[in-house]
Each structure stands twice: as C-alpha cells, then as structure tokens.
Design a protein. Structure first.
Length: 142
C-alpha cells in the first residue's frame, strides 16, 4: 500500500531535519534553534506575502551562501515542491523560483497550499529537535 501524502510530507521533513542534525558540527545548537524559528515564522510570511516573495526573502537572507540555514530551508521546500511525483506542483523543476514565476495561478495556489501543509511537519520536527526553551518559558513552567 502506498503511503499517504501526509506520510510522505512527514518523511521528507524528517529527512531534511536529520540532514541538519547530522551535519558533523557545521551548525551550532544556536544555529539550529534559529532554524526552528525560521521554520515557525515562514507560514505567516507565506500567508502575508505569498509563496514567491517568501521564497525570495529566504534567498536574500542567505546572501548566496548555500550553507546558510535560510538557504537550507529554501532548498528543503524546493526539493519537496519540485520532486518527481505526480502530486508535486512543480514536478521535476530544477529551480523553484523559476517555476514559481513561470507557473499559472492555479499551480501557484496549489504550491502555496502544499508548502503550508509540508511546513506543518517541518515545523513540528524542527521544534522537537532544535528548539531550546527560552528563559520566559522556563519561568512559566516553574
């Protein structure tokens, strides 16, 4: 039996988090905590500004550095939306931004809905693996 789309989202998201977690010390725990914050804030940015602008912002924040966690997040989304799968909005596209600017409105809306569903899983795993408690949260639980 084929896994559900939700299971596929979860599997891909978990694999992306594991790549960061098994980075041979490239990223500090503070970097990973920041990554979790980036993932947490991205759905609101997408809803406020649209998928294209949110992805362009991630690329701008990365400043061309493919090791930057903004770029890593962008790349995770690109690999999900552009994968070789019948339900991928930009199936087999090599460049997400190129696909976004050259797609029709229907595909763009589908991609935006799909990335929001995907980010639910990525956010859950990022928070579970990387998010540190803040001082305020520690005080509230005491």
């Amino acid at each position: 039996m084929r896994p559900s789309i939700a299971q596929e989202r979860a599997k891909h998201a978990l694999n992306e988090i594991r790549k960061i977690n098994n980075d041979n010390g490239r990223y500090s725990s503070d970097d990973k905590n920041k990554y979790a914050s980036y993932v947490e804030s991205l759905p609101a940015a997408i809803l406020a500004n649209g998928l294209g602008q949110a992805m362009a912002t991630l690329l701008a924040q990365a400043k061309g550095d493919k090791e930057d966690l903004h770029y890593v997040l962008y790349n995770s989304i690109q690999s999900w939306l552009c994968r070789d799968h019948s339900q991928a909005p930009y199936r087999n596209a090599e460049d997400l931004m190129e696909a976004i600017v050259n797609s029709n409105r229907e595909t763009y809306i589908q991609a935006q809905m799909e990335v929001l569903a995907y980010l639910e899983w990525l956010k859950k795993f990022a928070v579970a693996f990387f998010k540190k408690e803040t001082v305020v949260e520690k005080e509230e639980t005491s």
